[in-house]
Structure formats: C-alpha cells, structure tokens
Design a protein around this ligand. Structure first.
Ligand code: ARG
Length: 402
C-alpha cells in the first residue's frame, strides 16, 4: 500500500499540480488539506479540483476563529511588526503546520507537503514548525524539487487534465488571511515602480476614499479588542468589520522592501486595514496604561517577538517566554480608543481606561493643578548632578564642527 502524505492545499496552480506530482513521481496517496484562515476560497470548488487532480481525500479545516484568537490577537498585544508592517502570513504558518500534523496523525500519514518555493520564508516556517510538532514526519516541498517554471506548470496541468483557474492568471503572487494580504512579483519586482492600482483588493485608493472621515471606537480588554462602537463583537467579525471600514477609507496600504530569512531583499505590498488600525489603537491604550519602564522594555520585546515569528520559531521555548511576558503586561490594557479614518490614515483621537495612569491634576496647566512646583528644582538638581560633575572635569560644550 502507498504511504500517505498530507498536502497543504490552496487550490492554486502550484499545489494542484503538486497533487499529481506527489502521486506520480513520489508514489504517495495524497490527502489535500485546506486550512481556512480567512482567504476568499470556495470549499466545493477546491475539493473537486483536488480530487480531479488525483487526491485520495480532501479536508477543510475551519481555523478562522483559532487564528484570530490565538495567533493574531497575541501578536497584536505584543505589537508585532516586522520592518514596519503587521505580520500576517508569518502568523498563519504555525497554525497551518499544526493542522497538517493533526490530519497526518488522524490519517496515519508518514509525510506532509507544501507548495512553498526555495526562496521564501514560508518553507522555513512550515518545515521548522512541523519539525517541532512531529519530528518523525517527512516534509516534501515539490516546488523545491521540480524544475518547472510557470509555463511548464501550466503545460503539466493540461497534459494531466488538472483543472486550473481559467480566468486570466494574476501576474502577482498573493497570500492572504484575515489579518492581511501580501502581494509580490510582476512589476513589483522593480522597487522603483509605483504599484499599479490592480494590486490592491482590500483598500480604496486614499484619493478615492470618502471626503468625510469615519470615526470608530474600539474597546479592549486585557490587550485584546472586544467591541466596536460600544457593541461586543466576536474576534473574527471584529477583524472583518474593521477590514471593511478602514479599507473603505484607504487605510492599511504599505509598500516595503524587506529582508527575508534566506538573505534576499524583496519588495512587497501589504494591505492590512484592520491590522494597522488595531495596532495604532492598541499602542495608544498602552501609552495610557503602562508605565514608562514597561513601555520601554515592551518595545524591545515587540521587536524580538516579531523577529521570532518572522523567522518561523513560533513553536519554541523562546516564544513561550516572550508570550508570557506580553500577557503579563496586558493585565491593565483595558479601555476604549477612538480613531478617525480618513483618506488612508488612521489617527487616534481619543483614549480612556479605568486603569489609566493619566492624572489630570498632575498634567494640567490650568486650574486644579496639584503638581508640587517647588519639588521640580530639587529633582533637577540631583538629576543634573552627574553632568555638572563631568562638565567640571571635561569639556561637554563642544558641538562637532560648530
Ligand atoms: N513577506 C511576507 C512574509 O514573509 C509575505 C509572504 C507571502 N507570500 C506571497 N506570495 N505574497 O511573511
């Protein structure tokens, strides 16, 4: 009997022909698995395409809720941005790996497979995650092995009567989930070229966005968003709702050149309307509820956390430790943030919290000021002492070249 392999299946050209290739060239019985983290796909279409391509089975894992609750919101609490953009693809990979392993166990498979190329980050994330969860499973990545370019892939599909999208193939490589959409390839490979309008699908061009701003109030509880405009919303609906609203106002577009794990610089476009909006809101609430020391260390941890997730180390002790720290910092990050969404920009215009550290009586320059002005002089005297000592012995006033 043939050995079984679980293939992470998106329904695209690569993974569709991978089904046949794994069967013909490697002798596997292929079970195709679609892990739904919120990409816009039709289950029936994918199932029939997989079966026609030669799969022995098809499975669909509904993971939207798990994705947002256990991968996205913790990353939001951590403030995870990699080189300035909200991680989205990188967050989905450990979950996809976990589902692949679960199905492999249930089906008695000896291997798993994915459609990542040899030049990307995703192969690293999936391989490393599977290795952490099920070191005995073999990982096969057909695109790392075969030597087909896009044209030969299409020819292979025709030759084997594998159904592929008949619509005009997109010139881009796109990955999307509820938290974000990333677009690469085509003209985008020239970093000097402005992205054409057709790369965007979730966001209106700021120029065409409504002239009137929209205001939205996000409620957070211990660092996780729980309500929109005072109404409690489940995590998936909340993200979908904000993607639609912020996207309508042109919020969430990013154009980056980033450093991949494999050493390549790549140019990618991101759309993350909910992500950009929620990260801004969450930052604002932390500014109100965390001390200066907490904010300083947390910003460093955010960097470390983002690198770790980007680098495919979700299933690691280091991640568990950082996550525990992040969770601890969120115990008072509860409250509401009001934002204005206008012509591509999400601006925080209000924030409040029952645990706020903002003290009006200390901050005000008007009536009601309780700050003890006389203590300022003594404070500055001590604070500036080391500088005065050093200035006496060494010249500190020199300004380079002036
Ligand atoms: N650069 C992003 C990352 O490594 C996204 C890659 C997604 N792939 C794509 N085909 N656009 O997380």
């Amino acid at each position: 009997m043939a050995e079984k392999i679980i293939l992470a299946y998106s329904g695209g050209l690569d993974t569709s022909i991978a089904i046949r290739w794994l069967k013909e060239e490697r002798g596997y019985d292929v079970v195709a698995l679609t892990v739904d983290v919120g990409m816009d796909r039709d289950r029936e279409t994918l199932q029939s395409r997989a079966m026609t391509a030669g799969a022995v089975g098809y499975q669909w894992a509904d993971c939207q809720e798990t994705f947002i609750r256990h991968f996205v919101f913790p990353a939001l609490a951590a403030g995870a941005r990699y080189q300035g953009y909200p991680l989205a693809t990188a967050l989905s990979r450990p979950l996809i790996a976990r589902e692949m392993v679960a199905v492999a166990r249930a089906e008695g498979a000896t291997a798993v497979a994915h459609g990542c190329t040899a030049k990307g980050n995703d192969q690293v994330r999936l391989d490393v995650s599977v290795g952490a969860l099920a070191p005995d499973l073999k990982v096969v990545a057909p695109l790392r092995e075969w030597e087909m370019d896009r044209e030969s892939e299409i020819a292979y599909a025709h030759e084997h009567s594998i159904p592929i999208e008949v619509t005009k193939a997109s010139p881009y490589s796109i990955d999307e989930n509820l938290w974000g959409r990333s677009i690469e390839c085509g003209v985008l490979e020239d970093p000097w070229q402005e992205p054409p309008a057709d790369v965007y699908a979730w966001t209106k061009s700021p120029a065409e966005a409504p002239d009137e701003p929209a205001y939205v109030e996000i409620g957070f509880e211990k660092g996780a968003p729980v309500s929109v405009d005072g109404k409690e919303v489940d995590p998936v609906s909340l993200v979908k709702q904000l993607n639609a609203l912020a996207g309508e106002h042109g919020v969430g577009r990013l154009d980056r050149v980033e450093d991949r794990l494999v050493g390549i610089k790549s140019r990618e476009i991101y759309e993350a309307p909910a992500g950009i909006t929620l990260l801004a809101a969450h930052d604002a609430l932390e500014a109100l509820t965390l001390s200066k020391d907490q904010r300083r260390l947390k910003a460093r941890i955010a960097q470390e956390y983002a690198e770790l997730v980007y680098n495919g180390l979700w299933f690691s002790a280091h991640h568990k430790d950082l996550e525990a720290y992040v969770r601890a910092t969120q115990r008072h990050v509860t409250g509401e943030v009001r934002l204005r969404l206008h012509k591509g920009v999400a601006t925080v215009v209000g924030r409040k919290s029952p645990k706020s550290l903002y003290d009006f009586a200390l901050a005000t320059y008007d009536k009601g000021d309780e700050f003890d002005r006389t203590s300022a002089v003594g404070f500055i005297d001590i604070w500036g002492l080391p500088v005065r000592v050093q200035a006496k012995a060494q010249d500190l006033g020199e300004v380079d070249g002036a």
